[in-house]
Design a protein around this ligand. Structure first.
Ligand code: ANZ
Length: 962
């Protein structure tokens, strides 16, 4: 047996695989296909660290298994190399981005090759290659032709440090996601893509995807669909005729219109009014400036403002439901980029409005009574109507609770029935005295809010429909009379005082509500029954939303949080747009024959502060001569051609996300010069079956790619509406110090060094064994050594290969179980448990002096996806004429053999083990009992006594007591 020399072995087989084209994509008629894809990397100047390949190893294991299972597998790799990071790296290192990218790609590729991935390198793509980006440009052109790309001059997010406009997806909490600088709003000529046109379909189709639920949920939130209404309030502006102006608000709660006590507009809207001639008071102008100056809070439109502030404008709005005039305020929590930039404020039922109204002493008008039906009450017969109270009784920062016996479940605040009583207050004080003996109490408040609660009382076996009044009681002292309890309630409950934290856990709806109202000061924000709402009083919110919208001439609308995709960057290193402008600055797309519109190679490409792209300074590139062909598309002509006119190119470039929005299609047909992808090949391979990458792409790349894919579906380029059927997120590998691996912390581990010292196979095994795939986990070299030892043991076991006479049942069962578990676990991306099973199996194999060759080779085949080099070497040594192990057939298992037919169990007499018996694994208790009692040793120990007890724990032990 030769030595396990990983350096030699790994180099040898990598060369062999490369030379023999082993991983070239196959296309076998009648075979099933499997497209396994990694999110392609941006090749940074630092090269890979050990965390990067974790996802690639996982997909590689998966792809290798699928190939051995007879699938045609497409498993490619490429480079996402346009964009800011590459440009900034190049600027810093004073090289051209193109040169930097080429060098970095070469380095990445070499690093990947050393880890032994089974990529089909014939299909490598790079987004910066003109043969690639001509198609990116082509897709943009189609978007433009369909009216989904347009020029805009709206203020957009501007990063003053990166000197470029950014989309909302490029932000992280109001700052540039790349450099952390606060973004500003800057009006800028832009290209914008109408991604919202696809919002509904992107939402609906999420349901059908096999993606982690949290990724789907963050996409849903990012898209943020809200159904509501636009309602117009006529304005009374001092010094102007009534009704000349009006403001339209967006609301999701038109049912609360009667409770609107003010209208609030965004500072931007107020500024707009001022510009249009509104003679605003100085205080208003001052506040508007102040709010607009709070850049951080204004920039990111989803952020909650820290402190709500505003100013009364003096303008009045007429509530279209009540015809009452209500004041118009400017408020910093009203965002200009959402809805209509104006709201109707309902402090009684909205938290932000409630806070604001409290600060500025604006009336709170209650219009919705809570209505809750407990699910248990449904179908439980007639409901008895009841009037009740639920009071929050407070003393010394704690809250009274009555816990009913015997369950002592569900904390209850004081409750009682008020049939026939004069006032709610009387009832409360009587109940309090009767049940708890406390008499020194003051009723602080009885709410106008009535909680309608339908529930089933198990103690009484009866369904109730209760109108529950809410009240707040303060206990002045703990002075107590002995409670005059009604006899039937005596001793049935305990009195307890809850802390705020404990009270927060109360789930009973009316009780939770009374606590929220009085202890937390929270308004009721749910749906319910309308009160104080004129002709609409008594309606439920659902009906009222429609009825009130109609009654006041409002319009049902849908709003999205998702913003249109700001698609231009004022930087050099990106795809040029396939757009030219004529003398009138009218944009025209270029003809297909003009593609690719290549990026000029220039020396100086520093960004400018002006919002102009650096390309704008390159006159020779910007100016083009040509004409518009009959389709209205631009075609170049020689300058002296009589038909030639002067046009200028668009000088912005596309954002980093452009190429990655469709690159996965290119791998299917990477050398096609005329089309993105051949339709027949697209049908064969698309969509991607399994996509693996970081969770940070949830609301960036994964939103953009779904949008483009759906568009390509609509124009017939792809045949399935979704790009990625199954998605899995890779958990980070942290440094051993628990921090993120980063040059800044000096804790980066280079995989090259690990591959050299321990071998690629050990690295692969270790990364797959670290823990659950999706979990973040710290690098630990001791465990890496453990992975290496495991491989050495497998290697040494090959010396014991021979021809044993028979296979013990224990081994048969373990063998089948292992094949089954490894296959199923790889399918589920549960690599760590697959490896744990192989370890258990190896322990057992090592107990035999001779291991059957077939058994050993079979073990190698299931280990091959994890340790492709070592298994290939052993396979060829034992099996010289069989070709590569990676084209061997994946073993199958016999379900019946995954369980023992016989089980061996111990027999105890008075707690001491006296014998073992072997019985069929499925034996009945009576048979186990008889076998145990008949065992000669047991007969001896019983010495003629009749056992008092025989206890059988199935499959484990028989315990006899005499
Ligand atoms: C009245 C109202 C009463 C509202 C009520 C809520 C509760 P989502 O669900 O996130 O779409 N709103 C509308 N435009 C706004 C803007 N530009 N800036 C800040 N807030 C805005 O939220 C919709 C609700 O947010 C709308 O419904 C509006 O307040 C507020 F009991 O109108 B609502």
């Amino acid at each position: 047996m030769h030595k396990y020399d990983h350096l030699l072995i790994e180099e040898k087989w990598q060369k062999f695989w490369r030379d023999s084209g082993l991983y070239r994509t196959t296309s076998t008629p009648g075979s099933k296909k499997c497209y396994v894809l990694d999110m392609f990397p941006y090749p940074s100047g630092e090269g890979l660290h050990v965390g990067h390949p974790k996802g690639y190893i996982a997909t590689d294991v998966y792809a290798r298994m699928k190939r051995m299972q007879g699938y045609d597998v497409l498993h490619p790799m490429g480079w996402d190399a346009f964009g800011l990071p590459a440009e900034q790296y190049a600027l810093k290192n004073k090289v051209h981005p193109k040169a930097a990218v080429e060098k970095n790609i070469a380095r990445y590729k070499a690093q990947l090759e050393h880890i032994g991935f089974s990529y089909d390198w014939d299909r490598e793509v790079s987004t910066t290659n003109p043969d690639f980006y001509r198609h990116t440009q082509w897709i943009f052109k189609q978007l433009w032709k369909k009216g989904l790309a347009y020029e805009s001059h709206e203020p957009i997010n501007w990063c003053p440090s990166c000197k470029t406009g950014l989309s909302n997806e490029d932000l992280d909490g109001g700052a540039c996601e790349r450099c952390g600088t606060k973004v500003e709003k800057k009006p800028l000529r832009q290209w914008v893509l109408k991604i919202t046109a696809y919002a509904d379909r992107m939402l609906a189709d999420l349901d059908g995807l096999n993606w982690p639920e949290h990724i789907k949920e963050s996409q849903r939130n990012w898209i943020g669909k809200s159904e509501g209404a636009e309602i117009t309030f006529p304005l009374r502006v001092p010094g102007q005729p009534d009704g000349k102006h009006a403001v339209t608000v967006f609301t999701t709660r038109p049912d609360t219109l009667y409770g609107a006590t003010y209208v609030a507009i965004s500072a931007e809207r107020a500024q707009d009014w001022i510009q249009k001639g509104w003679d605003a008071p100085d205080a208003v102008r001052k506040m508007v400036d102040e709010i607009l100056a709070d850049e951080k809070e204004r920039a990111f439109d989803l952020a909650e403002v820290a402190e709500k502030k505003g100013v009364n404008t003096g303008v009045m709005a007429v509530n279209p439901a009540t015809q009452e005039p209500i004041p118009v305020w400017v408020a910093n929590y009203v965002l200009s980029g959402y809805g209509t930039g104006a709201i109707m404020a309902v402090p009684a039922h909205d938290e932000r409005d409630y806070d604001f109204a409290k600060t500025y002493n604006i009336p709170v008008v209650h219009v919705i009574d809570p209505v809750v039906e407990h699910p248990d009450v449904v179908g439980k017969g007639d409901r008895i109507h009841k009037k009740k109270i639920v009071a929050l009784v407070e003393h010394d920062g704690k809250y009274l609770s009555i816990r009913w016996k015997p369950e002592l479940g569900g904390n209850l605040f004081l409750g009682g029935t008020i049939e026939g009583e004069d006032t709610v207050s009387d009832t409360i004080l009587r109940e309090l005295a009767e049940e708890t003996g406390y008499t020194d109490a003051t009723v602080v408040d009885v709410a106008e809010e009535v909680f309608h609660y339908d529930y089933f009382a198990y103690s009484k076996g009866q369904a109730f429909s209760a109108d529950i009044h809410l009240a707040h009681v303060r206990l002045n002292s703990l002075a107590q009379i002995s409670p005059a309890l009604e006899s039937d309630e005596a001793g049935k409950f305990e009195v307890e005082w809850l802390t705020k934290e404990e009270a927060l856990r109360v789930v009973n709806p009316p009780h939770a509500r009374v606590f929220a109202r009085y202890a937390l000061g929270a308004p009721y924000t749910g749906n319910g029954k309308l009160v104080h709402s004129g002709v609409h009083t008594g309606l439920h919110s659902d009906q009222a939303k429609i009825a009130i919208t109609e009654a006041v001439g409002g319009k049902q609308t849908t709003q999205y949080r998702l913003k249109e995709w700001v698609f231009a960057r004022q930087r050099y290193w990106g795809e040029p747009f396939p757009i030219v402008f004529d003398e009138m600055h009218t944009p025209h797309v270029v003809a297909d024959s003009e593609l690719p519109g290549t990026l000029p190679m220039v020396e100086a490409y520093e960004p400018t502060d002006t919002g102009e792209s650096p390309l704008a300074n390159i006159r020779e590139w910007v100016e083009v001569y040509g004409h518009l062909n009959p389709e209205g598309e631009f075609e170049t002509l020689p300058k002296d051609d009589p038909r030639a006119r002067r046009f200028t190119r668009e000088t912005n470039t596309m954002p980093q996300w452009a190429g990655s929005s469709w690159y996965y299609l290119r791998y299917i047909d990477p050398h096609n010069a005329s089309h993105i992808v051949d339709p027949a090949l697209e049908k064969e391979w698309s969509p991607v079956d399994f996509y693996v990458g970081g969770a940070e792409h949830a609301t960036r790349h994964l939103i953009y790619a779904r949008f483009w894919h759906k568009f390509l579906f609509d124009i017939g380029v792809v045949s399935h509406p979704e790009p990625f059927l199954r998605l899995m997120n890779v958990g980070l590998i942290m440094a051993s110090d628990g921090r993120k691996m980063s040059k800044r912390w000096g804790n980066v581990i280079n995989p090259d060094h690990i591959v050299e010292r321990f071998g690629a196979d050990a690295l692969r095994m270790y990364e797959m064994f670290m823990g659950p795939f999706g979990q973040a986990i710290a690098w630990n070299e001791d465990n890496l050594v453990g992975a290496r030892r495991f491989l050495e043991r497998v290697w040494r076991l090959s010396a014991r290969v021979g021809e044993p006479t028979s296979e013990p049942e224990e081994l048969t069962v373990m063998r089948h179980r292992t094949k089954k578990k490894v296959s199923e676990d790889i399918e589920q991306f549960a690599f760590n448990t697959a490896i744990a099973q192989m370890m258990t199996y190896l322990n057992l194999l090592e107990k035999s002096d001779v291991v059957a060759k077939e058994t050993y080779l079979e073990f190698l085949t299931i280990l091959a996806p994890f340790a492709p080099h070592m298994t290939e070497e052993l396979w060829h040594t034992l099996n010289p004429d069989q070709g590569s192990i990676h084209r061997a057939t994946w073993p199958t298992w016999d379900e019946a053999k995954t369980a023992h037919t016989m089980s061996t169990i111990g027999v105890q007499v008075n707690g001491k083990l006296r014998a073992t018996i072997t019985v069929p694994a499925t034996a009945e208790e009576s048979m186990v009992r008889e076998t145990a009692l008949a065992h000669p040793d047991i007969v001896k120990w019983l010495a003629g006594n009749t056992p008092k007890k025989v206890i059988i724990v199935a499959g484990k032990i028989v315990s006899i007591v005499v």
